[in-house]
Design a protein around this ligand. Structure first.
Ligand code: NAI
Length: 214
């Protein structure tokens, strides 16, 4: 189906809709009204209608949204109907934790290998996924047609590694290193900083405490 140009703000909210719709499907719920979805998601019904109207009239008056259809369409918009091959660079605590999380595969993200410089880790497997030396990086990226590289190495190494990955054809970097990466315009970087969300939590806790002290 044809989709209108969707704003970045809406795109940012789509994964959350996708997650909730997936849960509804697991519960066997076939239809949901914007009101019911609003109650579950703690988002106003008008926001939901506005967001979902962006890509066609999924909702019908008196019928609500067809959960499976909406789930599939949002999945397509997010590119989840395709498989993406992923590598993890840095097979330490975080790299291994990501590899151990099986749900990424359910979303179509297939981890093809981990890479590290530590000889004690090289040759090891995590859930059957091998840790390779860096010498294998280009070969694995090309052979497995890897599109996404997760960077879970110290920040001092991240810039140089990003350049190397880009030179081997990587188009998307999932950056966990606490540094900004300078990459060409056609390379996407999505940075994740868990500490940022902890700080937001801290802010909310401290403003709540202040409010109670007043
Ligand atoms: P770790 O020390 O357990 O693992 C880092 C791994 O990277 C080690 O196995 C090391 O041998 C490897 N490594 C170092 N240089 C490399 C290179 N040039 N190429 C390939 N491998 C290399 O550390 P941990 O806890 O896994 O954290 C990894 C990174 O992620 C750190 O920079 C940390 O600050 C960051 N981090 C970020 C979070 C976030 O929310 N963004 C959360 C947790 C950690």
């Amino acid at each position: 189906m044809e989709h209108k140009e969707i704003s970045r703000a809406v795109i940012k909210r789509l994964p959350r809709y996708y997650r909730y719709l997936g849960e509804l499907l697991e519960e066997g719920i076939e239809r949901i009204s914007s009101g019911e979805l609003s109650e579950r998601m703690k988002v106003t019904a008008s926001q939901i209608r506005q967001d979902l109207n962006n890509f066609g009239g999924f909702g019908q008056q008196g019928y609500g949204y067809n959960v499976a259809y909406l789930y599939t369409e949002i999945g397509k918009i997010l590119g989840l109907d395709q498989k993406h091959h992923v590598i993890i660079v840095g097979a330490g605590n975080l790299g291994q934790a990501l590899t151990n999380y099986t749900n990424f595969e359910k979303r179509g993200f297939i981890i093809k290998g981990m890479f590290d410089i530590n000889p004690r880790l090289i040759g090891m497997t995590v859930r059957g996924i091998p840790v390779y030396p860096l010498e294998e990086l280009q070969h694995v990226i090309e052979k497995e047609q890897v599109q996404i590289a997760a960077l879970t190495i110290p920040k001092g190494q991240a810039g140089e590694m990003a350049d190397r990955l880009v030179s081997y054809g990587i188009k998307a970097i999932w950056n966990f290193a606490h540094t900004d990466l300078n990459v060409p315009d056609d390379v996407m970087v999505e940075s994740v900083h868990l500490s940022d969300s902890l700080m937001r939590l801290s802010y909310r806790l401290s403003s709540e405490t202040k409010r109670m002290d007043e």
